[in-house]
Design a protein around this ligand. Structure first.
Ligand code: DLL
Length: 433
């Protein structure tokens, strides 16, 4: 089912006309109301009246995370505080957090986008949604909550953590849709098993997983372990929160709600716009947000775009699953390594569990990459010879994917820290330059 057929299935030409008229309005608004944009447009010699076609967007300068930090907390808002009804913020692990403001209409738009997303994932008004994304400043909790209610489903505001209680609710409340990070879903599955509960036999049928990169092999793992369809949801605080794009039943890319956001792909080195199909950094422009519009925001997320209509009936473009971030990329002895490449290999090996961490250290002059992965109970109690064989197999496969040597360490079951939100899988212990 499609929540909003009019906007999700619009002929492309009509959609582009709508985008252009909305873009003109938002460009004028930020120019008039937000000193940062006025200055940056002027520096680039761009006037709002120069915008004649969607193609002219290219002429507008980007806004980066750094700009957002420099305007912390409220300087990019385009509405007076009296019109702001809510504040959210990102975790800010690498400096000051990003602060997003919402007007009443923004909250309404967001609920609409999340209702679309949940329906796109296959959920409907008869579902019971257990929302195990964290409630609070993080956008996952309240964002999904309002969308679930808008769609008419029953929402359980479980929030993250208290994992035994999550399992109890899955069983007692007959949850049909679980929303949380993929790493937390894995952990919930593991705790259920320890409690002697087989999630595969419960009514749970859909997982709406996102907020962190995960691989298609992790999807297979989750689908098998929980007996569900595991669907990818994408979003970010700067753009609105979850509900920017969502996978449909085809599981072939995430539909971007393009009547509200324009997506571009750029070359992260040159900033040049890349054609459809090419991989690069995702850039978003919000078209309808009132309080905190973003114009050409560089997400650092890596993906590509596909504008072809989908078999599901939606005509809005799709983005490929985000494989990582430009700032997640590790450079090891000159080679670019994405944690998702390692995850993909690990998920294909039966004897290991999907719990791993990546440690980078400098030994002498050289960087060393170590992949620590848990083995399953069976292998753990098996002969050393078998352990060694698995270790060698993993090492060979990872080395052939990455093209550099790695150290693989098999660790005991349940020794790697579990995540209740976004997993932190990389420990980069190299001295900061
Ligand atoms: O993570 C919003 C969200 C909540 C999305 C719940 C999905 C579900 P931030 O905390 O601002 O917002 O983090 C945004 O997380 O730029 C990506 O790098 C990453 N990310 C989000 N969704 C995905 C995904 C929320 N499906 C940052 N796949 C983004 C890969 C994702 N990465």
């Amino acid at each position: 089912m499609i929540w909003n057929e009019k906007y999700e299935c619009m002929p492309r030409k009509e959609l582009e006309e709508l985008q252009l008229s909305r873009l003109k309005a938002i460009i004028h608004k930020v120019y008039d109301r937000v000193p940062f944009y006025r200055e940056s447009f002027e520096k680039a010699g761009f006037k709002p009246s120069d915008l004649k076609s969607l193609d002219d967007l290219k002429r507008i300068p980007f806004i980066s995370k750094k700009d957002l930090r420099e305007n912390y907390p409220f300087k990019l808002f385009a509405e007076p505080m009296s019109n702001i009804v809510r504040i959210h913020s990102s975790s800010g692990t690498t400096g000051k957090p990003v602060v997003a403001g919402y007007t009443k209409n923004d909250i309404d738009t967001w609920a609409e986008l999340m209702a679309r997303s949940l329906m796109c994932a296959g959920a409907g008004p008869n579902d019971i949604i257990q929302n195990a994304y964290g409630y609070g400043l993080f956008t996952g909790g309240l964002g999904i909550h309002y969308g679930g209610e808008r769609m008419g489903a029953t929402v359980i505001p479980a929030s993250g953590g208290n994992t035994k209680r999550q399992v109890m609710m899955l069983e007692d409340f007959g949850t049909t849709v679980l929303t949380c990070t993929p790493s937390y879903a894995l952990y919930i599955g593991e705790v259920a098993k320890e409690m002697g509960i087989d999630i595969r036999k419960l009514p749970l049928r859909i997982g709406v997983f996102g907020a962190e990169p995960w691989s298609d092999n992790m999807r297979k793992e989750l689908e098998a372990k929980l007996n569900i369809d595991a669907m990818d949801i994408y979003g970010l605080t700067e753009v609105i929160g979850p509900g920017v794009s969502m996978e449909c039943e085809q599981k072939d890319g995430l539909h971007i709600f393009e009547d509200h956001f324009i997506a571009e792909i750029i070359d992260p080195e040159t900033g040049e716009q890349l054609p459809y199909g090419e991989t690069g950094e995702l850039v978003f422009t919000s078209l309808t947000k009132e309080a905190f519009p973003v114009i050409r925001f560089r997400t650092r997320d890596i993906t590509s775009l596909n504008p072809e209509p989908c078999k599901c009936g939606r005509t809005i473009a799709r983005m490929r699953r985000v494989s990582g971030r430009t700032d997640d990329m590790l450079i090891i002895r000159g080679v670019n390594v994405f944690p998702s490449q390692i995850e993909s290999v690990l998920m294909e090996i039966e004897e290991t569990e999907p719990h791993y961490e990546i440690v980078v250290e400098r030994k002498g002059m050289l960087d060393e990459l170590e992949v620590r992965v848990e083995v399953n109970e069976r292998l753990f109690s098996d002969e050393v010879r078998k352990l060694e064989a698995v270790q060698r197999k993993l090492q060979n496969e990872i080395e052939s994917v990455l093209g550099i040597s790695v150290k693989v360490t098999l660790v005991e079951p349940k020794t790697i820290e579990r995540s209740e939100g976004k997993a932190k899988r990389v420990k980069d212990l190299r001295p900061k330059e």
